[in-house]
Design a protein around this ligand. Structure first.
Ligand code: GLU
Length: 312
């Protein structure tokens, strides 16, 4: 169907076209197949719903960022026809906003300073779903002074859960499974969990589509949203791309940069991975035609219940 006809039809059928999605890469290296899947999946879901799609650079953890990687990622996205509908924001420019978010948590007494060293935590902690469960040593005051403390958010002994569009109901007991978690590190850097909640709210994100490797982070983000009286977006966690030995593609597993020399073929591989079954004749078309077909025919339900998949 011609794009304009599809848009007209779609506009009439949508009760609420307000959809704001985003892709939020960390510029720690070039885009690999796994991150391109998240970019394409979030883009198609947004565009299928006539929504706005944003790119946000998560260059918060400055020591891990690689010079030139952010520009390289933006160039790669551009090759695949994926362009942010609004100017790209950079977390490294948003420290004042994170400080303000931390202040709001302090005002509510939802956070406390923590002086524990890694070793002290390891000595008193049980293993949880993501390393040690912090035993709450500094909850009622720091055991000893530390020039610059870390800040931890209080968790509670309740179930924090949400309905993921693809992965079903996900829940955690944050206190027993993770413990009070860090929102600002002792080295002064804000934690991903705080920054992502502040930014998703600042950008009025209504739908988050990202890899299922972030499923376990979502209850922490919902906990922060509740403490800050912020709305919780809809969540859709796409299958994580794994290599032949079942490891997530990442810089650590030496995932190869995305092949930009043949964008149509690469894009079709992404659509195969996302179970969209693109017609074979698209192979001789261009990126714009492939994206048009994919946004019109996007059917996320084909990925229901799939948490990992090998690269197509
Ligand atoms: N920056 C995170 C990553 O690259 C993604 C954050 C998110 O989508 O919430 O893993």
């Amino acid at each position: 169907m011609a794009r304009s006809d599809w848009l007209l039809k779609k506009r009439r059928s949508l009760p609420d076209p307000e959809y704001r999605g985003r892709f939020a890469p960390s510029p720690t290296g070039p885009l690999h197949f796994g991150s391109l899947v998240a970019a394409v999946g979030s883009y198609l879901d947004a565009k299928h719903h006539l929504g706005t799609w944003l790119v946000r650079m998560e260059d918060l953890d400055t020591p891990r960022c690689v010079a030139g990687a952010a520009d390289d990622i933006l160039r790669t996205l551009d090759t695949f026809g994926l362009r942010s509908d609004e100017p790209v924001i950079y977390q490294s420019h948003r420290t004042a906003a994170y400080e303000e978010t931390l202040q709001r948590l302090k005002d509510r007494q939802a956070v406390y300073p923590c002086c524990c060293t890694r070793k002290e935590i390891a000595d008193s902690a049980l293993n949880g779903i993501e390393g040690f469960v912090y035993a709450g040593t500094c909850r009622n005051g720091m055991a000893h002074q530390r020039e610059i403390p870390a800040w931890r958010v209080r968790t509670n002994n309740e179930t924090t859960g949400f309905d993921d569009v693809l992965q079903g109901y996900i829940s955690q007991n944050l206190e027993t499974e993770l413990g009070d978690f860090v929102v600002k590190r002792a080295d002064g850097l804000f934690a991903y969990q705080l920054a992502v909640v502040a930014d998703d709210s600042f950008q009025n994100i209504t739908h988050i589509v990202r890899g299922a490797d972030l499923l376990a982070s979502t209850p922490r983000q919902i906990h922060l949203q509740r403490l800050l009286c912020l709305p919780t977006p809809h969540y859709m966690h796409l299958p994580v791309v794994v290599n032949e030995v079942g490891e997530k593609l990442s810089k650590q597993t030496l995932a190869a940069p995305v092949d930009v020399s043949q964008p149509v073929a690469t894009l079709l591989r992404v659509l195969d991975f996302l179970q969209q079954q693109p017609p074979a004749e698209l192979a001789s078309s261009d990126v714009g035609t492939v994206l048009d077909w994919a946004m019109q025919n996007w059917d996320a339900t084909r990925l229901r219940g799939i948490a990992t998949l090998p690269a197509a």
